[in-house]
Design a protein around this ligand. Sequence first.
Ligand SMILES: *Cc1c(COP(=O)(O)O)cnc(C)c1O
Length: 239
Amino acid sequence: MDREQLRHELAQRLDVVRARIAAACWRAGRKPAEVTLVAVTKYVSNDVARALFDLGVADLGESRPQELWAKAAALPTTVRWHQIGHLQRNKVERTIPIATLIHSIDSVRLLNKVVEEADRQLKSVEVLIEVNLSGESEKTGMAIESLEEAVAVLQKAARVRCHGLMTMAAMQEPEACRGTFAKLRTLLATYGDRLVRTDMPWQLSMGMSNDFEVAIEEGATMVRVGSCLFEGIPSEVLR
Ligand SMILES: *Cc1c(COP(=O)(O)O)cnc(C)c1O
């Protein structure tokens, strides 16, 4: 598969994903413009990520901060980078200047570190709070009981703006994830007034390749889609 064939293949995959997003929106009485596609590039090289950007995907997501830094250095500065995976506190300093949105504030401890670093760098930082709803210990995210404390930290934070909530559903049948997504929507309805500043739209980052349509039906405004863009393409082409 040469460069041009890869580009063609990626364009087709994107068309399919966008059509599926649109269909899920219509089923839910929503507009496709309400849903941002974050293409997760953790499986692919800088060149492949660049090809997606050139095909019109402005929002790219990485799960490891080091990979986010490396790709950001190699791609145009107009890419909107999303830090979607666990962020270690010692990587906050370098991630803040690059990430458009950090989806994975998964503890109050990390939130405090981000607040401290944003003040030190005099930099505005945009975040989502990741909530663990699946109850699986290997899944990241803060417990619902910690949200009050997060609200208290955010209300005193001058430079860190929270836009909403993120979650990861357990890997199972898409329909079985619906309850988790509905629960995140309910949580945002409960905490949104205090979590998100009044001048900003509320964001719900939920849904991956396996379950993004159900997530959209339940109110997702950002879906993080990786493998269904790349599945089946030979790894020597992707890497
Ligand atoms: C890898 C990853 C995704 C994308 O998952 P796919 O199943 O490949 O679509 C979404 N969110 C997070 C946090 C991830 O780490």
